[in-house]
Write a protein that binds this ligand. Structure first.
Ligand code: PMV
Length: 345
């Protein structure tokens, strides 16, 4: 028998950062992210029952052995949930809609797409038509987490929270919760223009970065601060008139992430001089125009410019005039808060 599933799944950008983990990809603090739209992975999985199991990983139709180890690791981790994996020929083909080599991590979109394909095929094999209810999505989120922590937040539209917080009912370290329903309208269509400051491979992977949080002198203070910031941010995002608070928390979280990298026992720096120049321009532009544009940073030098959709044309004119010269080959990606994964027929 042959089964197949195809899904498109987006990347996400954390506003409250997950940095530090333990056990089987469990977070040291809760995090909150916007789900993106333009940056996504499309994946097709084909599973044929076979007594000689195998895995073939392709990217845009061409064999891609370098992607295999991460996928194999996830398949091994979920072998007890999906016993058919050990008796199947599996072919996975994917493509990313965001440009290759733009320094944009694809693990969140790729691992969530993989989790979706696995759950979809499992439903087909078990003969039970998928009822895509809350439990189904939680299960997908949990499997995505095993592939890459932040991937568990990509499965919901709008925004997601991952990690236990005493103040957020149902929150869990195992899977993310949908958060769009708690957002004021302004945040449901926020824009994210991603300025590509460098497309080079990161000098320190996020796996290594998470590890450096064990024994980090500020670890405990940071985890407590992230927990507090999460609650303050959820309160700020529930209304449309607390944008100053939104901005101060989001920018502080971004800078704290990089401050942690710079202040551990094996310090490292992922931002570039241009990252700092861009941040200074953002602060000047915001002060001079009153437009509530702010930034966040991933574990890298690229700058995510976040702003309400109604300011898109003024922000983009300024980006083209002032910020584009700081981008490698003038590159940026225009993205926005998106609708979550989609099954492709
Ligand atoms: O999911 P990972 O292991 O790639 O870690 C992601 C870490 C950050 O992107 C820096 C923060 C986050 O919460 O997404």
């Amino acid at each position: 028998m042959t089964y197949s599933a195809s899904w498109r799944s987006p990347s996400n950008i954390a506003l409250i950062k997950y940095w530090g983990k333990h056990g089987l990809q469990l977070p040291r603090n809760p995090s909150l992210s916007f789900t993106l739209s333009a940056c996504n992975t499309e994946m097709r999985m084909e599973v044929t029952t076979s007594s000689s199991p195998s895995l073939e990983v392709r990217y845009e139709g061409t064999p891609k052995p370098s992607f295999e180890p991460k996928i194999k690791t996830l398949l091994e981790k979920v072998g007890d949930r999906f016993p058919w994996i050990s008796q199947a020929r599996i072919i996975i083909d994917s493509r990313n809609t965001f440009p290759h080599g733009a320094g944009i991590a694809s693990s969140a979109s790729a691992m969530s797409a993989l989790a979706l394909c696995l759950c979809d095929i499992d439903d087909q094999i078990s003969g039970s038509p998928a009822d895509l209810n809350k439990g189904w999505w939680q299960n997908v989120s949990e499997i995505a987490r095993l592939g890459s922590g932040s991937a568990c937040r990509s499965v919901y539209p709008g925004a997601a929270i991952w990690g236990y917080s005493t103040e957020i009912g149902e929150s869990s370290d195992l899977y993310a919760l949908p958060w769009q329903q708690h957002l004021a309208d302004i945040y449901k269509e926020y824009r994210d223009t991603i300025l590509i400051i460098s497309a080079a491979e990161k000098s320190v992977s996020s796996t290594a970065g998470h590890q450096l949080m064990s024994g980090h002198p500020y670890a405990d203070v940071r985890y407590a601060e992230a927990g507090r910031n999460l609650i303050r941010l959820t309160e700020a995002m529930a209304v449309d008139n607390a944008q100053d608070l939104f901005i101060s928390i989001v920018e502080s979280e971004a800078l704290q992430l990089h401050a942690l990298m710079m202040s551990g026992h094996s310090p490292f720096i992922l931002i570039e001089p241009a990252t700092i120049s861009v941040i200074r321009h953002i602060w000047t532009f915001r002060r001079e125009t009153g437009i509530p544009v702010c930034f966040t940073l991933d574990a890298g030098p690229n700058v995510h410019l976040l702003y309400p959709s109604k300011h898109e044309s003024s922000v983009m004119s300024w980006v083209n005039e002032t910020l584009r010269p700081f981008c490698v080959d003038g590159r940026y990606i225009v993205d926005h808060v998106g609708e979550g994964p989609e099954k492709i027929s």
